[in-house]
Structure formats: structure tokens, C-alpha cells
Design a protein around this ligand. Structure first.
Ligand SMILES: Nc1ncnc2c1ncn2[C@@H]1O[C@H](COP(=O)(O)OP(=O)(O)OP(=O)(O)O)[C@@H](O)[C@H]1O
Ligand SMILES: [Mg+2]
Length: 332
């Protein structure tokens, strides 16, 4: 069953076209991410779904009902923001209870629901603490609890992890995925971090300059990008035009095509023949080794598990390059 349907949504601010003809169908219980660079229109799209902004054209259906002209409070949609948006002078309990108190829910029901949801997000032990005494990760759990407690049809997440440091981001990400799975609430998650989108999502839409570039499951978006933008943004693929392709790999493609090779599909080898590639940088990050390689004026990335390397190459060394991919991935 479709929980959220967007039909041909467009939006401009003045002369600037921010969203162009966005159509999406998101299923009940699905975790759906919208990923794209800064300024591509992600927040604007979420605000339109929530009813905080109106679209110039197009329709929005939530749970089958036409919600295009409904005010935000009639949409039963929860939002989790990057900056938590909690009431700083209230306790954890009061923050989570707020939405229910506004709806004039009975006190003992509020009590039970808030306690249950705080347990789910593992914040029960801090129910009487003031928000200002909590860490960023704890505040983000409270803001998630505050949304879940109102039992929305749909939760919208706007870069909820980007204020957290790296390890807390990973921990909160796993937690969020667990909670979403347990609660089964349809979720639309906005991020510019492609790894986060790949790790969390059932499906992803890649957005650039207000236009959806591709929609699909993470595996497909990563291994079968439909265009250069998706190949670069999601997989950081190396893109080779027909000339380079022929010179480097003796692969012939049409002049309007581009070969996309993921960094982990390119292996430096001992120099052979007269194509001259040169290592210009080497970065060891523990698990992986990343080589930056120069061929003519093109910088090429190769990323390999550091343990698997028999031959390690150093900066300045001349090398050959081998593709170890199951497919020749051509994009337009
Ligand atoms: N109220 C507004 N008035 C005018 N322009 C706006 C308004 N809101 C957003 N924009 C413009 O619309 C474009 C998209 O903004 P939006 O906030 O949706 O991007 P985003 O993808 O969420 O970016 P980020 O990753 O940086 O949060 C930007 O160029 C922005 O300047
Ligand atoms: Mg934004």
C-alpha cells in the first residue's frame, strides 16, 4: 500500500526553480531516503510534504487522502530536525509529553505512552533531566521519542544525525534504524551523506538541482547508476570518456558515453606498456588504502583493502592500471 504519493511537485522561489516535477510513491512502513548535495531542494521538499511550504504545482496524497491543501496539523506527520528543536527549559518527560498534552490527552494515558516510548529510545532513566544537561545523541533520541509518541502516519527526518560526532552518528544511526523497523512507521529521510542513505534505506531517490536523477534500492543505485551524477555522487566513481577509455584500458565506447569505474574496481599494477600512470598520493585509513593516480591531467582514485595488497606502491611510482569489474558500466 502506498503511504505517500507525490505527483509532479514543482516549486520556485522567485526566478529560481528549486524543485522540478517531482513524482514519488513511498510504501507503508518503508524507509525512503532523499539524498543530494547542499542546496538541491531536500529541505524544501520535506517542508512541502509536511505542509510548511506550498508547492506551485502538483499533488500530495498521504495515506490515500489528497493532502495538498491541508494545514500541517491536519496531516499527522512528524518531523525530526537536525537541530533537535526541543524546549530547552523543560525536562525530557515534559518535552515528549508536549504533543499529547496539546491534544488534551488524559494524564494517565500520557504518562504511560511517554514512559513506553522513552523506554524504546533508552532514555527512561533520564525522564526527569533537563534537556540542557543532555548530550547531542541523547537530545536526538528525545526528539525522535517526541515524534513517535504522537503515532504519526509518516515521519520526516531532515539530516537528523549531522550535528553528532562520527561515532555517535554511527550509534544513533543503528538505533534509529532499529526503532523505525520496530515501529514500522513510514519514513522519509533527507541527507547529503550517501553512506548514511545506503546503510539506512529500503529505497533511495537521488536529487540534484531539484530534479530526481534516479530512484531504486541501495544496491542498484550504487552498482547501476543511470547517469554521471549518480555514479559520482553515490559511488565516487572514476569517469572516463571514450578517448581515455581507449588509451588506458583498450576499451572502445561511443564518444557520447562515459565509463564509470568504482574506486574499488581499479587496481594499480606494475607498469606495463607505455601508458604512464603515476601515484601522486597514498592514504592509509586502516581498513583501506586509497591511491590517487595521475594519467595525463586526470586524477583517478583506487581504493583497496590494505591487507589484500601484495605490492604497495609509493608516491611518485609509475604504475599500470587494471579494471576488476564484472561489468563495463557505461553512463550518459
Ligand atoms: N524561503 C526561501 N526563499 C528563497 N529561496 C529559498 C527559500 N528556501 C530555500 N531556498 C533556496 O532553495 C534552494 C534549495 O534549498 P533547500 O534548503 O531545500 O536545500 P537543501 O537540499 O535542503 O540544502 P542543505 O543540504 O544545505 O540543507 C536553495 O538554493 C535555497 O537557497
Ligand atoms: Mg536542508
Amino acid at each position: 500500500m502506498k503511504n505517500l504519493v507525490l505527483n509532479n511537485i514543482s516549486k520556485s522561489f522567485g526566478q529560481t526553480n528549486v524543485l522540478s516535477d517531482i513524482s514519488l510513491e513511498i510504501n507503508q512502513g518503508e524507509f525512503f531516503s532523499i539524498v543530494g548535495p547542499s542546496g538541491c531542494g531536500k529541505t524544501t521538499l520535506l517542508r512541502i510534504i509536511a505542509g510548511l511550504e506550498s508547492a506551485d504545482t502538483g499533488k500530495i496524497f498521504i495515506g490515500g487522502a489528497d493532502s495538498t491543501d491541508l494545514p500541517p496539523q491536519k496531516r499527522n506527520v512528524g518531523i525530526v530536525f537536525q537541530n533537535y528543536a526541543l524546549f530547552p527549559n523543560m525536562t525530557v518527560f515534559e518535552n515528549v509529553a508536549y504533543g499529547l498534552s496539546v491534544k488534551k490527552t488524559e494524564k494517565n494515558i500520557i504518562h504511560k505512552k511517554v514512559r513506553d516510548v522513552l523506554e524504546k529510545v533508552q532514555m527512561e532513566h533520564k525522564h526527569d533531566k533537563n534537556i540542557s544537561t543532555l548530550s547531542g545523541g541523547e537530545q536526538q533520541r528525545v526528539s525522535l521519542a517526541r515524534v513517535i509518541v504522537t503515532e504519526p502516519d509518516l515521519i520526516l527526518f531532515d539530516e537528523p544525525l549531522s550535528n553528532l560526532d562520527y561515532s555517535l552518528r554511527l550509534e544513533t544511526r543503528n538505533e534509529l534504524k532499529r526503532l523505525q523497523r520496530e515501529a514500522g512507521i513510514t519514513s522519509v529521510y533527507v541527507t547529503h551523506d550517501q553512506t548514511e542513505a545506503l546503510a539506512l534505506s529500503d529505497r533511495i531517490a537521488v536529487l540534484n538541482k531539484g530534479i530526481i536523477q534516479q530512484t531504486g534500492i541501495p544496491d542498484d543505485i550504487y552498482y547501476n547508476p543511470e547517469n554521471k551524477f549518480v555514479a559520482d555522487f553515490i559511488g565516487h566513481a572514476n569517469l572516463f570518456g571514450s578517448q581515455l577509455c581507449s588509451e588506458l584500458f583498450q576499451i572502445e565506447i561511443d564518444s557520447d558515453e562515459t565509463l564509470a569505474v568504482l574506486p574499488e574496481e581499479l587496481i594499480p599494477t606494475d607498469k606495463s606498456g607505455n601508458t604512464s600512470c603515476k601515484i601522486i598520493d597514498v592514504q592509509f585509513t586502516g581498513f583501506s588504502m586509497e591511491y590517487s593516480i595521475l594519467f595525463k591531467d586526470k586524477i583517478i582514485r583506487s581504493l583497496l583493502p590494505s591487507k589484500s595488497l601484495n605490492n604497495r606502491f609509493g608516491i611518485g611510482e609509475e604504475i599500470g592500471l587494471k579494471i576488476v569489474s564484472e561489468k563495463i558500466r557505461k553512463v550518459k
